[in-house]
Design a protein around this ligand. Structure first.
Ligand code: ARG
Length: 703
């Protein structure tokens, strides 16, 4: 039995670390000792030769990594899939390996050019030969896996490598006799780990710790119950022995410098074929179209990075570059992923970037009927802020009530088909909800070059480096816009936190309301309490706003105020009764500016106006932001995020906060319309009022 096992090796006559194509080689160029390498290789050779037959391929000058015969190709029965090396540094080995395979009676398959696959370094049969574990992510392209499945007629399970130290599958994964597996889990992404755990029972998985993994413990040659490897820790040795394997250690330090060890130095060329095992369809592919300023707006990079970062693979089938400054480009890209779930995940992100299905590919989105009120079918499509269209009855239907985090309900009405975003809690039995990601597109406005440049400027602000002068510049621009909106009868909504009052911004916000710049105010209990405390008692949370010092007994002020308003029954009644005579809320009441105060667990009181039923508060917020042109978010992370969630793309948002992290979080909507300003909100409002005054004064004088 042992005699029938054969390995291919290549003596290290020309071995050296000549270049750097993996992290192990860094700092090791020409640092390995040729003499030592020869001794170590000979030792390994004899250990294997005692237990199996070793064939040799002639080493070639100029190809120092040829010793790593694991990368020659992948053998099953008498068939071999020849490697296509990723790095040009190793591509010259291909013809020599091909020659050896042909001379030894193998049928050689070759992958299309530019589709890298690094042989048995990245593809390992489980020892029973029932499936092939195939790695990708660094050297091997995922799209090579279907070829391998087909040519070798075997089931391929794709594993994604994510740690560049473990760039080949055989550096972190070693299937052993009787279904055991020696591996280093952190080298794989979560999906791959799940797949491994699904296929291999816990008691058969031998987990290697980082220190051993970094000593190439997984890069082992398994012959029946024997495992040949570089030196490993006693703990690992014991765990391996406990499940009945004998470890044969042999030093391979000189090869570690090139990023290889025992397994890399060998290629098992006898892999028996199992007659009842057949090819699967290891990956799913879809063709998408991208259109727009693909290069200069960076969409192409983003899309392709998205595919790779999410574990997929791509091939650009067509790319028509728009040649004029304003003309757009079109690309057709084939996207592949190792599972349906991953595919949907990738597609979801690509749709957000504006990817389209191929024209006319699908007539109807898939829908599933709701069977329980308030609960969507499992695979429901989660809506985004971007204007969206879905395919119904072979037409694109616009989705109404666009907002993020909803489901899309498709309905047939006498006027035709409609689609709308619906919150989960509003779903009713019988609603038809869109599932999956096919037949949907989002409309991303092609920005002009000027817009793109200015959006970069704003992002720069958002990154928290805004200097005083920059703040002034943004204020000038926002003030201009607010004036335009007011004069054109548009709508500005302000979301404000209590910091507005603490920083002395209350008077400015009150003035903006009085002057007609604000059409709705959204906040919580606190802003109202502090505003009213300031109006009625001159303090904000007990601090004298004129002198900036706490006043005696001031900490009780806000409760006194809450009590007073509760006695009146509402803020409006307090205004009516002459109790409240100035401030933000006062101006709202006087100027008929609607407001909604959404409650929270930490609210004192609350004020009678505070809506403690959060579902009602959410609906009221949503109602008040409808039709908004601009939303000013002033130092309230909680309420601002709430508002952001309900607002479709296209509504300009200005987020002001002293904390750059909050600004970044709020203004990072992947859309141009959001502007982040890192500054003191009191200062911002004061500048805003000054600027608006400047803008309006001449008109008043002219009248
Ligand atoms: N220096 C070689 C490379 O980076 C090492 C190959 C190791 N082989 C392996 N099967 N892991 O390609």
């Amino acid at each position: 039995m042992m005699d029938s096992i054969r390995f291919l090796m290549c003596s290290p006559d020309h071995y050296d670390v000549d270049y750097v194509i993996n992290p192990w080689m860094e700092g090791n160029v020409h640092k390995s000792s040729q003499d030592k390498a020869v001794i170590q290789w000979e030792q390994l050779y004899h250990i294997i030769k005692d237990r199996a037959i070793v064939d040799l391929v002639e080493p070639q000058k100029g190809w120092p990594d040829m010793v790593f015969t694991a990368n020659a190709g992948l053998v099953l029965g008498t068939t071999v899939v020849l490697s296509r090396f990723f790095h040009k540094e190793r591509q010259g080995e291909e013809p020599y390996f091909k020659e050896w395979f042909e001379a030894n009676g193998f049928t050689v398959y070759e992958l299309p050019k530019d589709l890298p696959f690094e042989g048995a370094g990245d593809a390992l049969f489980d020892r029973e030969g029932r499936c092939l574990w195939a790695g990708y992510g660094f050297r091997t392209e995922l799209d090579s896996h279907p070829y391998i499945a087909k040519w070798l007629d075997t089931e391929v399970l794709s594993l994604r490598l994510v740690d560049e130290r473990f760039y080949h599958l055989d550096t972190c994964f070693c299937p052993l006799t009787d279904g055991y597996l020696l591996y280093y889990p952190p080298a794989f992404d979560a999906y791959s780990n799940h797949l491994i755990e699904r296929r291999i029972p816990a008691e058969k998985r031998i987990i290697v710790e980082e220190a051993d993994a970094a000593n190439f413990a997984c890069n082992a040659v398994n012959i029946n119950r024997i495992i040949i490897m570089n030196k490993i820790s006693d703990d690992l040795k014991k765990r391996i022995a406990d499940v009945g394997f004998e470890v044969v250690e042999t030093p391979l330090t000189e090869f570690l410098k090139a990023g290889g060890a025992a397994k890399c130095l060998t290629l098992r060329v006898t892999e028996p074929r199992q007659d009842d095992v057949h090819a699967n369809d290891p990956i799913e592919s879809r063709i998408i179209q991208l259109e727009g300023h693909l290069l200069d707006a960076g969409i192409m990079n983003k899309a392709l990075d998205t595919v790779i970062n999410s574990g997929g693979s791509f091939k650009v089938l067509n790319f028509n570059l728009g040649v004029e400054r304003q003309s757009t480009s079109v690309a057709e890209v084939r996207v592949s992923a190792p599972s349906h779930e991953m595919m949907e995940e990738i597609m979801m992100q690509l749709i957000d970037l504006g990817a389209l299905p191929r024209p006319q590919e699908l007539c109807d989105v898939n829908t599933v009927v709701v069977t329980q009120d308030g609960v969507a079918p499992d695979d429901f499509y989660v809506s985004t802020i971007y204007p969206t269209e879905v395919r119904v009855n072979c037409e694109w239907v616009k989705v109404n009530n666009q907002r993020m985090d909803g489901a899309i309900v498709v309905e047939e009405t006498p006027q035709g088909f409609t689609a709308r975003c619906t919150l989960l809690r509003d779903l009713k039995v019988g609603d038809r909800v869109m599932v999956g990601v096919e037949g949907i597109r989002t409309i991303r406005q092609a920005e002009s070059r000027e817009q793109r440049n200015s959006s970069q400027e704003f992002t720069f602000m958002g990154a928290g480096v805004s200097s005083e002068r920059r703040v002034e510049l943004v204020v000038e621009q926002i003030a201009w816009e607010m004036r335009q909106i007011r004069d054109q009868g548009g709508k500005v909504v302000v979301v404000a936190g209590p910091v507005v009052i603490h920083t002395g911004g209350g008077q400015h916000l009150a003035k903006l309301i009085r002057d007609g710049y604000v059409d709705a105010l959204l906040g919580g209990n606190a802003i109202a309490v502090h505003d009213i405390e300031q109006s009625m008692m001159g303090t904000s949370l007990g601090v004298d706003m004129q002198r900036g010092v706490p006043v005696r007994g001031g900490h009780r002020h806000h409760l006194k105020v809450i009590n007073a308003i509760r006695r009146c029954g509402s803020i409006a009644k307090a205004v009516e009764q002459g109790l409240l005579t100035k401030g933000v809320l006062y101006e709202c009441v006087k100027n008929h500016v609607p407001f909604c105060l959404a409650g929270s667990i930490r609210d004192d009181g609350p004020l009678p106006d505070t809506e403690m039923d959060l579902i009602k508060a959410q609906s009221e917020y949503a109602r008040l932001i409808q039709g908004a042109d601009l939303i000013l978010m002033l130092s309230s992370m909680l309420h601002s995020i709430g508002v952001g969630n309900m607002t479709p793309a296209g509504v300009k948002m200005v987020c002001v906060d002293i904390n750059p992290a909050v600004v970044t979080k709020l203004s990072d909507r992947g859309s141009v319309e959001s502007v982040g300003v890192v500054t003191d909100v009191g200062l911002f409002l004061s500048l805003m009022v000054q600027q608006l005054d400047k803008l309006t004064r001449p008109y008043i004088i002219n009248l």
